[in-house]
Write a protein that binds this ligand. Structure first.
Ligand code: SF4
Length: 327
């Protein structure tokens, strides 16, 4: 087989990656709603392979602060350039979308806004407040940029008390200069660690893509680093090359290898792990939030048993320290 043929075989998506074209009625309704409210989504901008499945169920990941990112990561399909003006109507539009779709759990992300003094933190806070006002039962997950060189931005967002704080490490540290040149691995890790230090009630979450040329031992090290930062939930998914301009897929990792990663990560103590070829940060986020809550309750009750030996578990005491969770 010629070298060119070998390369094209390597890049052809294997069967376990192929997804159906988005054609459902629910998909088209979601699309119309997002267009009407002038909302961007990472589902479309990042060319997510799960869009047919998610939008049929009216599950979207809203991307605030415009459609243009001030960084240029080599894996990401989002347009790069000068940031758009911040839209003062955006928080109300996001809240309206959540109310119309009656979402139980919403994921809000943003482009990187290195051009703004606060990196966009204030807009995250406004969006969270607007959703809480109109849909107080909806739980909120945010997937933020790294707020690098934006003093106070992280603390501002934490004070708004999202239910889940997600920030993706994206890849192993060795590949940062090639894949994520504007970011720093230990800065991102530290950001997640700080969330837990400041507000231990907020669930923390982070993910990596695989198939970029990382070694297994490096992935295991990332898992250990995440546990050192007390991250609750890890996601692992296959990198897919959005266009020829983006970095190549080095390898399509087989589904059984994703299962092995999941087993290893669970053994390291994460409350929850999602690891599969099509895992994305926000895929099944609502269902995963329920799993996280249940896992925390189980963990707390185990700790209570260890701490009190033969003494009965004091449910009232657990409720007092975890007012947001149903026991
Ligand atoms: S996995 Fe996330 S980004 Fe992809 S379509 Fe679903 S909600 Fe959107």
């Amino acid at each position: 087989m010629s070298e060119a043929k070998k390369i094209s075989e390597l890049k052809r998506k294997p069967d376990w990656i192929r997804v159906k074209a988005p054609v459902s009625k629910g998909y088209h309704e979601t699309r119309k709603l997002m267009r009407g409210l002038k909302l961007n989504t990472v589902c479309e901008e990042a060319a997510c392979p799960n869009i047919g499945e998610c939008w049929t169920k009216k599950h979207t990941t809203v991307m605030i602060l415009g459609d243009t990112c001030t960084r240029a990561c080599r894996f990401c399909n989002i347009k790069t350039g000068k940031g758009n003006p911040v839209d003062p109507d955006e928080p109300a539009h996001v809240a309206e979308m959540v109310a119309v779709t009656q979402m139980k759990h919403i994921v809000i992300t943003s482009v990187d806004r290195d051009d703004l003094d606060d990196g966009g933190a204030d807009q995250f806070v406004k969006v969270i407040a607007a959703i809480r006002e109109t849909s107080p039962e909806t739980t909120i997950e945010i997937l933020t940029p790294d707020f690098r060189n934006k003093p106070g931005a992280l603390e501002t967002v934490i004070a708004a008390k999202p239910d889940v704080f997600n920030h993706n490490l994206e890849t192993v540290p060795r590949l940062y200069t090639r894949i994520r040149p504007g970011a720093r691995y230990f800065h991102s890790l530290n950001l997640l660690s700080r969330v837990k230090e400041i507000d231990p009630e907020i669930f923390t979450k982070s993910g990596i893509m695989v198939g970029l040329g990382e070694e297994e031992v490096e992935i295991l090290q990332v898992m250990d680093d995440m546990r050192s930062a007390d991250i609750d939930f890890m996601t692992i998914g296959q990198y897919l090359q959005p266009t020829k301009k983006h970095v190549d897929v080095e390898e399509f990792i087989k589904p059984d290898q994703f299962l092995k990663f999941k087993t290893r990560a669970k053994a390291k103590g994460f409350l929850h792990v999602s690891s599969s070829p099509l895992t994305r940060s926000s895929h099944h986020a609502s269902e995963d939030f329920e799993v996280l809550k249940a896992a925390r309750i189980e963990q707390l009750s185990k700790q209570a048993n260890i701490n009190h030996q033969d003494a009965p578990i004091d449910i009232d005491e657990m409720k007092k320290h975890n007012p947001n969770y149903e026991f």
